[in-house]
Design a protein around this ligand. Structure first.
Ligand SMILES: [Zn+2]
Length: 410
């Protein structure tokens, strides 16, 4: 019959399989395509590939395939079970689906393409899938991708925390800084959150790590020191995290001074918070001139701001010796500034200087690539639909892991 051949071509069915009959169920809007195989076909063990004899057939199963002519298309077949001398009775693998799958490989490939581009709810609706089915496709895709990941060398890592959901729940995220992909996602931001990452690496991969950019966060540091040989040379505190610390100190100085000034009717600092926190490169010429009167004043806030800007000069050095001299000069200035928030931060930075200076050698920061960041933002934005942490974790791997997610084409 004509339509049997048509469906064999559409489904890509080849020997020993053929389309046995096609059943059109108009009421249900479905096409059922029944497959059968030649008698006497050769089978191979799904475990070892050895040629085996046919043992029996498992009960008929159904796989959802890509729609044909707007009909939901279901492939049905009884899968042979083989008897291998070594592995015993096993279900044979079929060319159109992965073992245990309920969708054909082509259908999963399409669903994965759509899930890359649209929200889970949109894909569920358009493809007529339940939430559990969508979750299943995502989870299988990620498992497949992680399993296929090769143990290649990764020179520079970033370790970061991301909040997700309201109520400040955290995830620990390890990224490959050079390839801009997420390598690892774990709940919380404890030492144990990061400990699991090291186990995913081979000995050679561990040895190939040259640097790790991170916030000054002790639990992560403890994990790195416990697992990474030569960690003291490799930990690089993130420049932007230092800038954030110093920005907070400047803001504390401004708030205190603003209160004092306003008490005597001076409101020069009112509404200036963001000027003090903005990076000098992010001012327009006009804004920079307008800000001049403040930054050049004798206000405490102006002094705190200048201290921050001078501290950040450390990252402009190429060599360690002048960088150390700069820091020593800055430290003396900061600790004599009589600005308590700045003195506190200066002491904190001095205690951690060795791993600030490692930047000069590795020149890495924790700033993720723009595309990675915007993807994570998008995932967080759509996170309202996540029922638990595992969903969030799967979504990060799916969208940001740089993984080979799709079942092999048939
Ligand atoms: Zn076998």
């Amino acid at each position: 019959m004509q339509d049997r051949q048509l469906y064999e071509q559409i489904l890509g069915i080849t020997a020993p399989w053929h389309v046995d009959r096609v059943e059109l169920k108009l009421d249900a809007g479905q096409v059922h395509v029944h497959l059968a195989h030649e008698a006497g076909a050769a089978w191979s063990c799904a475990e070892c590939g050895a040629t085996c004899s046919l043992y029996d057939h498992s009960p008929e199963r159904t796989w959802r395939h890509l729609d044909t002519c707007q009909y939901q298309t279901l492939v049905q077949a009884s899968v042979p079970r083989t008897e291998c001398p070594e592995h015993g009775v096993r279900t044979a693998s079929v060319p159109w689906a992965e073992p245990g799958g309920r969708f054909t490989a082509l259908f999963e490939r399409l669903a994965i393409d759509w899930l890359k581009a649209a929200s889970r709810s949109a894909v569920a609706e358009r493809l007529g899938l339940s939430w559990d089915e969508v979750d299943g496709i995502l989870e299988r895709a990620v498992r497949r991708g992680l399993r296929r990941r090769e143990a290649e060398a990764i020179a520079y890592l970033g370790v970061d925390e991301k909040s997700f959901k309201k109520g400040h729940r955290y995830a620990t995220i390890v990224t490959d800084l050079q390839r801009g992909r997420v390598l690892y996602v774990a709940p919380d931001r404890k030492q144990s959150s990061l400990d699991g990452f090291w186990e995913t690496l081979s000995e050679a991969q561990l040895g190939a790590i040259r640097g790790v950019a991170m916030d000054m966060w002790e639990p992560y540091e403890n994990s790195i020191r416990a697992h990474l040989p030569g960690a003291e040379e490799k930990i690089v505190y993130d420049k932007f995290h230092v800038a954030k610390h110093l920005g907070e100190a400047v803001d504390r100085v401004r708030r205190g001074e603003n209160k004092q000034l306003r008490a005597v009717g001076d409101d020069r600092l009112v509404g200036t918070r963001y000027e003090w926190l903005r990076h000098p490169a992010h001012f327009s010429d006009q804004q920079w001139r307008a800000f001049a009167a403040l930054r050049q004043s004798h206000l405490q806030t102006a002094r705190a701001w200048a201290l921050k800007e001078q501290a950040m000069e450390l990252w402009e050095y190429r060599y360690e010796k002048p960088a150390r001299q700069h820091f020593a000069w800055w430290y003396r200035w900061a600790t004599h500034s009589r600005l308590k928030p700045m003195i506190e931060k200066a002491k904190m930075l001095k205690g951690r200087l060795a791993n600030l200076l490692t930047y000069l050698k590795h020149r890495i920061t924790n700033a993720m690539s723009e595309s990675l960041n915007s993807k994570i933002q998008w995932i967080k934005y759509t996170a309202r639909g996540f029922r638990n942490f595992e969903n969030f974790q799967t979504a990060i791997y799916f969208h940001c892991g740089g993984l080979d997610l799709k079942p092999s084409p048939t």
